[in-house]
Ligand binder design. Structure first.
Ligand code: SAH
Length: 365
């Protein structure tokens, strides 16, 4: 079967095996790549409407107990000045998201699981639930116990993002410290499903020694996990991390990873269809003018603009080249709306923007 035929069949709904997914990712030329993006865009329109869902992103703390080898806020990085926004600051940021009509917020932080942190997050969730906007709340705070996941769910969180980072156990082991286990990560994802969340996962794209076959296996992992949401983006070396020092970027590599990430978005859309897929900030870090927009045109349907104070933005640099470091929430919003208008896309305002997949999954239980 040639590429065109494989693409046509997949777009029509045939489920490709992992080898076929790898072939889809390796579009042989520019025309094939454009056809891939166009097919994914059509599938998105059919399963998710043509509106872009917005989530106000609140990076509320960079204090972290983990030491992931790629991450700028890893515990051993002494160059980062650590912060934790107060509950009032966080709720004010959520209020800002409500006023902007974003409809949803994402609360993201470094990983902590001490009782004080767990209670703080619970209190934040309660206060956000009491705001005059009906905000859909997503958490992205790492691996937690079943009780914590349950408590946060009951306090009002409905979605949770926990990337597998790489579905290949060997790559996973190479980029994490010995105390982080692949099986724990998978168990945490299962736990989130049991607790009733809309569950998101994802990977970094263009990691050292990662091949198209690994990336195809990642998409197959998303399918097997029955994920509702996918957040993935290019890996970006960070100068103050072991992985960043070991494998510094050579010229052209960032653009290559961006290209890989766009293809991952497109093929993931073709295979998973009714899930939410984010056009992540890491795309924008490589192509500040149109990274996220290219993600939307390749099949993504979610964008997560920052809300909240610029004061801490510099201290939450997971990777080099984080965009919009000095722009306040209103400027970020205006820039986003302008750039969406430029590519003829429309945002969805004042709605949660849930992935259809979640409701289908619930019915099948
Ligand atoms: N501590 C939480 C959430 C914060 S990290 C957690 O671990 O889930 C959010 C995501 O940023 C991670 O899942 C990872 O995929 C991404 N990330 C971290 N460092 C990165 C880097 N150097 N390049 C690209 N993405 C990175």
């Amino acid at each position: 079967m040639n590429y065109e035929e494989l693409l046509r069949r997949t777009a029509a709904g045939a489920a490709p095996d992992t080898a076929e997914i790898a072939r889809l990712l390796q579009a042989p030329d520019e025309a094939a790549e454009q056809a891939l993006f166009a097919a994914a865009y059509e599938v998105k329109k059919e399963y998710c409407s043509n509106l872009v869902n917005l989530r106000g992103l609140i990076e509320f703390s960079n204090i972290c107990t983990r030491d992931c080898l790629y991450c700028g806020i890893r515990k051993s990085n002494r160059k980062v000045s650590r912060y934790q926004m107060s509950i009032d600051e966080i709720v004010a940021a959520a209020r800002c998201a409500g006023e902007f009509g974003y409809g949803s917020v994402v609360l993201q932080s470094g990983e902590r699981s001490d009782p004080e942190f767990v209670e703080q997050v619970t209190e934040i969730l309660r206060q956000i639930a009491a705001l005059p906007w009906d905000l859909g709340v997503t958490l992205s705070c790492g691996e937690q116990s079943p009780e914590t996941y349950r408590q946060w769910r009951e306090a009002g969180a409905k979605r949770y993002l926990l990337r597998i980072e790489s579905s290949d156990p060997e790559i996973f082991a190479r980029i994490h410290p010995p105390e982080c286990h692949y099986r724990d990560r998978v168990a945490a994802l299962e736990r989130l499903k049991t607790a009733g969340y809309q569950v998101g996962t994802g990977v970094m794209i263009g990691l050292p020694e990662q091949t198209w076959e690994h990336l195809a296996a990642d998409i197959d992992f998303f399918r097997r996990m029955d994920a509702d949401m996918i957040g993935m983006g290019p890996y970006l070396p960070q100068d103050d991390t072991p992985l960043g020092v070991q494998h510094p970027d050579l010229p052209g590599m960032a653009e290559q990873r961006l290209q890989m990430a766009l293809r991952m978005i497109a093929v993931t859309r073709l295979v998973l269809r009714d899930v939410n897929i984010a056009a992540t900030t890491a795309l924008q870090a490589i192509d500040p003018e149109s990274g996220r927009e290219r993600g939307i045109l390749a099949g993504a349907n979610v964008i997560m603009p920052n809300v909240g104070d610029v004061a801490h933005r510099r201290d939450y640099q997971l990777y080099n080249g984080k965009p919009d470091l000095d722009e306040n929430s209103a400027q970020v919003r205006q820039k986003l709306l302008d750039s969406l208008a430029r590519i003829g896309e429309r945002p969805r305002f004042n709605a949660h923007g849930d992935p259809e997949h979640f409701f289908t999954r619930m019915k099948q239980r």
